[in-house]
Design a protein around this ligand. Structure first.
Ligand code: SF4
Length: 386
């Protein structure tokens, strides 16, 4: 996996929080993005504006257990889990109910279902503008007769929503990684017969997709939280395949330029991790929800360089000897002993995903300080910066 390049002219170096025996290098950009802040604000405003009404969220607001638990404690009910499993049936809804669309957006089919019941979907729609930007971009390339290739996790809410919007305008197919992009390329070049396409991409192509006809002009968009460098590598690869296969003088005749569908927050958080990794340290901690796509990509970047612990709050740091952390490769929480090396000073890299409140990062810092007898508290350190 290629690390995002550090752009010239912007500072992506980490901030050093120097507690003496403990040195924490905090990523220059981390945590909440505009889309998440906006969604949380709208959700709490919805609760305030609708006393006595039943309020539903189509699925988790964002991939953060604390924020979601907070909303549930205010009476908000989730209709689906993150994998699209229905927890509350749509026919239990009444037109007086309030339904909030989460930051990832939703499919056109679900929007229609809600409208048919009489629920106004536009009123409490928290779809992030950066996700909408991807939809608009897919619509624009669809109008130019390109097939939309979506780089994303096929089951992720945002990818399902983008697929639904894209496939209402053009043939569409989801590729989850470079291996699938290479598989797709075999149907573009004719290395594999078009008839095999439907088994290879089962559940990932739009209705009526014609593998012979619909892979002649393509454009790539992405789930905004994928690793930007991975999307770029997939787009570059498919562009090369199109040029080599169709020998067209103008590459845009076969491949749409869609470079602007990356979300700034995901990009900045990923680039800041690259900047942070230039500092030598003993370990890295990444804070965020375990089912958060953007957070797991930050973990991937860190663990290529040094021991990395993915936790969703400071309570997972059981002691200076023991930590409970998420191994996203096997999707399980595991315990590691003697995780904190005895070094003076101990150097720790720290970042968090786009759906992680800053208070959780502060909690982790305080927990680490408590093991190191620092003479400074977080507050005193913050005062130094001010
Ligand atoms: S990560 Fe980007 S696209 Fe996703 S909610 Fe945040 S700002 Fe929007």
């Amino acid at each position: 996996m290629k690390k995002p390049d550090l752009p010239a002219g912007r500072d992506f170096s980490p901030t050093l929080l120097d507690f003496g025996p403990l040195q924490i290098y905090l990523a220059r950009h981390f945590g909440f993005c505009y889309g998440v802040e906006n969604a949380i604000e709208i959700a709490f405003k919805t609760v305030e504006e609708n006393p006595g009404k039943r309020i539903f969220l189509l699925s988790e607001m964002i991939h953060n257990p604390q924020v979601n638990a907070d909303l549930q404690s205010h009476g908000v009910q989730f209709m689906q889990d993150t994998y699209g499993q229905q927890l509350i049936a749509f026919d239990e809804l009444q037109k007086e109910d309030v339904v909030i669309i989460p930051a990832f957006g939703t499919t056109l089919e679900i929007e229609k279902k809600l409208r048919d019941i009489g629920i106004q979907t536009e009123k409490y729609n928290t779809t992030c503008p950066f996700v909408e930007k991807v939809w608009n971009r897919s619509e624009a390339i669809a109008k130019q007769n390109y097939t939309v290739v979506i780089h994303g996790k096929p089951k992720h809410e945002e990818t399902r929503a983008t697929f639904s919007h894209a496939s209402s305008n053009a043939p569409s197919v989801v590729v989850k990684d470079m291996n699938e992009a290479k598989e797709l390329a075999k149907y573009i070049t004719g290395e594999k017969p078009a008839t095999d396409f439907y088994a290879s991409f089962k559940g990932q192509y739009s209705k009526g997709f014609d593998a012979e006809k619909d892979l002649q002009r393509i454009g790539v968009v992405n789930q905004t939280t994928m690793l930007a460098s991975d999307t770029q590598a997939i787009a570059d690869f498919l562009k090369k395949v199109m040029i080599e296969t169709f020998h067209h003088a103008d590459p845009q005749e076969r491949f749409a330029d869609t470079r602007d569908t990356l979300c700034y927050a995901t990009n900045d958080n990923q680039t800041a991790v690259s900047g942070m990794l230039e500092t030598e340290a003993h370990l890295a901690i990444v804070v965020g929800g375990y089912n958060s796509s953007n957070t797991s990509h930050l973990v991937e970047l860190c663990e290529e360089n040094l021991p990395t612990f993915f936790i969703n709050n400071e309570e997972k740091i059981l002691s200076a000897k023991e930590i409970l952390h998420f191994n996203f490769h096997i999707k399980e929480e595991v315990t590691t002993n003697d995780w904190l090396p005895v070094k003076q000073p101990l150097k720790v890299l720290l970042t968090s995903g786009a759906s992680c409140p800053d208070a959780l990062v502060e909690g982790v810092i305080n927990k680490l300080i408590s093991f190191h007898h620092s003479t400074l508290t977080t507050e005193q350190l913050i005062e130094q910066f001010q």
